[in-house]
Each structure stands twice: as structure tokens, then as C-alpha cells.
Design a protein around this ligand. Structure first.
Ligand code: FEC
Length: 315
């Protein structure tokens, strides 16, 4: 482990924060391997590969997710160094591309880390997606039994994260108060079979949306919840889809402006830059409406504060 992130103390930190995320292809040549990993080792058919390659192409070739994750690592490291000098080292580990979660854990072990705080960069808990980050970490830790693992699960309730979203809505109150404007809060859809199996994800997202709306002073008729980015797997996913919802509101509900808030993500990734900024916008404009999108937390100080709160609460 290099010294650049090892804090200000004279001895190396014993605690590590592992920020875990999906990961994204760094360059076009990475896409096949990345997509194959997402598909549990099964290579995608050419048609699906071409579709996905086209979506990355539409946002400029690659997603900014990798760079933003680095900024989040640096931001959290700086916050922890300021408040707890020399106690923590912060690193990233990805599910589907290098550095994989297991690789970073091996580095922690080599550096003599004794406690790892596992923090998935997805605020709402789901057994299917978020718990899988912890499962991967715990699997990798089987060969390092000397390290204690502290999983962090749901952190959307953090006051700094709620404030991040609510502040933007409060700043556009003149718009959201108009009877022809509706806020759509969205999160990544999941196959319904996962929710029917008892996964709390749908409730987490619903409660997140209600809490942000309350903090922003939105009445229940001023917003709705819909789902985005459903996969092309041929089975039912959680709905309603946000594009269908937006179009219906414009065509049949007297709405002309949609304010989109993707509470299920924290960065400008493919799901934001393509699914919202290109696809949702295109659908809304095709029926004569307008889209305003809330900014994503990315490396905002409020997000850094939320991540720091989540780590310290797990102590
Ligand atoms: O490059 C980027 O900027 C985007 C990276 C990316 C993020 C992300 C987040 C979530 N996903 C979730 C669920 C699923 C399920 C499937 C699925 C498939 C894909 C594919 C790509 C992809 N996801 Fe993703 N997701 C990102 C990228 N996702 C690419 C494959 C093509 C496609 O289907 O569109 C279906 C496969 C499966 O069963 O696993 C389900 C959820 C999140 C939010 C939580 C998280 O970030 O971990 C839930 C970022």
C-alpha cells in the first residue's frame, strides 16, 4: 500500500474503509470482459454487446464513474484524516472490473490492516445487489481471518444526503409549485422475483423518496416514484418505468415539466448520462414536455460527510 493515502500519523493505519462499487469499463476494449462478468461469466450475444457499446458511445465512449469513484475515495480520505488523523486508509474495490474487491482486500492484508469497514456506494439496501458486495468481501476475507469485517448496509437516511437532494428541490420551489410540474424520483429497477422473494429494496427506495420530499416541503401530489434502467432479461421488473410515467403525465396528466431525481444512484454514470439525459429527455421532448434533472452527489462535500457518517456509525 502506498504512503500517499496513509494519513498523517507516524504509524500506518490499522483501519481501512473499502468503498465498493459496480465499476465501469476504462476503455472500449474492457467492455466485453466487464459485460461478461455482469452476466456471471456468460459472454453476451453480439446484439446485446452492440447495444451496450452504443450506449457507452452515446455518452462519449466511457462513463465518468471511475474518475468520480477516485474523487470519492480522496474526499473521504481527506475528511477522515481531518477528523481522525492517521486512523483510516480508504480504498476502492469493484464488482465487475479491476481493482476487484478481493484484490483490494489482499492489499489491506499485506499492509497489516485489522479492521475493514465495507461501504457499498449504493445508499439503499438490497439483499440482491448491496449484500452481494459484502458477500464478495467476506469470501475474500476467508484467507485473512485476522481481519474483522464491518459491513455497512443502508445509509440513505443520512441527513447530509437527504439535504443534498432537498436543497436542490427547495432552490427550484417556484418550478415545483407549478401545477404543470411533477417530480419523478427514481432508482434502478430490479426483477420483481427479487422483490417477491422479500428483498427490502423497494421499501428502502420508497421511504427514501418520501423523506426527501418531506425535507423539501413537497406535497404528495407534487411527486411520484418510478423505476429506471430495467435490464433486457424478458422477465417483469419493478415498475412503473420512469419514461412511461413521464410520457403519461405529459400526455394525460396536464404536466409540461418533469423534474427527475435519481435517488438510487450517487454518481453521473451510464444510467444517468444515457438513461436520463438522453433517453428520458428524448421521450419527454417527443411528446412536447421539458426535463430538469437534479445534480448527482458525485464528490460533493455533503456526500463526503454522508460517507464519513456511515463509517463512524459502524464503529
Ligand atoms: O458504467 C457505468 O457508468 C454504469 C455502471 C452501472 C451501475 C449499475 C448499478 C446498478 N445495477 C443494478 C442492477 C442490475 C441488474 C442487472 C444489471 C445489468 C447491468 C449492465 C450494465 C450495468 N448494469 Fe446494473 N449498473 C451498471 C451497469 N444491473 C452495463 C448490463 C447491461 C444491461 O442489462 O443494461 C441485470 C443483470 C443482473 O441480474 O445482475 C439486476 C443495481 C444498481 C444500483 C446499485 C449498485 O450500484 O450496485 C440495483 C452503477
Amino acid at each position: 500500500m502506498t504512503s500517499e493515502n496513509s494519513g498523517n500519523a507516524t504509524s500506518a493505519p490499522k483501519k481501512a474503509v473499502l468503498l465498493m462499487a459496480y465499476g465501469t469499463p476504462y476503455k472500449t476494449e474492457d467492455l466485453m470482459g466487464y459485460y461478461t462478468n455482469i452476466r456471471h461469466g456468460v459472454k453476451p450475444p453480439q446484439k446485446l454487446y452492440d447495444e451496450l457499446a452504443g450506449r457507452y458511445e452515446a455518452i462519449g465512449g466511457t462513463s465518468p464513474l471511475a474518475k468520480i469513484t477516485d474523487d470519492q475515495v480522496a474526499g473521504l480520505q481527506a475528511a477522515l484524516d481531518r477528523d481522525h488523523p492517521g486512523e483510516y486508509v480508504v480504498r476502492k474495490g469493484f464488482k465487475y472490473i479491476e481493482p476487484y474487491i478481493a484484490q483490494t482486500i489482499d492489499e489491506f492484508a499485506e499492509a497489516g490492516i485489522t479492521h475493514i469497514y465495507g461501504l457499498p456506494l449504493a445508499p439503499q439496501y438490497s439483499v440482491y445487489s448491496v449484500e452481494n458486495y459484502h458477500e464478495r468481501a467476506q469470501e475474500a476475507l476467508k484467507k485473512h481471518p485476522e481481519i474483522a469485517y464491518h459491513p455497512i448496509r443502508s445509509w440513505w437516511k443520512d441527513e447530509n444526503l437527504i439535504k443534498f437532494w432537498a436543497d436542490q428541490l427547495i432552490a427550484m420551489k417556484d418550478l415545483t409549485d407549478r401545477t404543470d410540474t411533477k417530480v419523478i424520483f427514481s432508482a434502478h429497477s430490479l426483477p420483481m422475483r427479487i422483490i417477491n422473494g422479500g428483498d427490502p429494496y423497494l421499501d428502502e427506495v420508497t421511504n427514501n423518496a418520501k423523506t426527501v420530499a418531506k425535507a423539501a416541503g413537497l406535497r404528495s401530489d407534487q411527486y411520484t416514484i418510478a423505476w429506471q434502467s430495467a435490464g433486457r432479461t424478458g422477465e417483469p421488473w419493478i415498475g412503473p418505468d420512469f419514461k412511461e410515467t413521464a410520457k403519461d403525465l405529459i400526455q394525460n396528466g396536464g404536466i409540461s415539466t418533469i423534474v427527475s431525481g435519481s435517488l438510487g444512484f450517487i454518481v453521473d454514470n451510464l444510467e444517468i448520462l444515457d438513461d436520463v439525459d438522453i433517453e428520458l429527455k428524448g421521450e419527454i421532448e417527443s411528446v412536447g414536455g421539458k426535463l430538469r434533472r437534479l445534480q448527482m452527489p458525485n464528490a460533493d462535500p455533503l456526500l463526503e460527510a454522508a460517507l464519513e457518517d456511515a463509517v463512524l456509525a459502524a464503529e
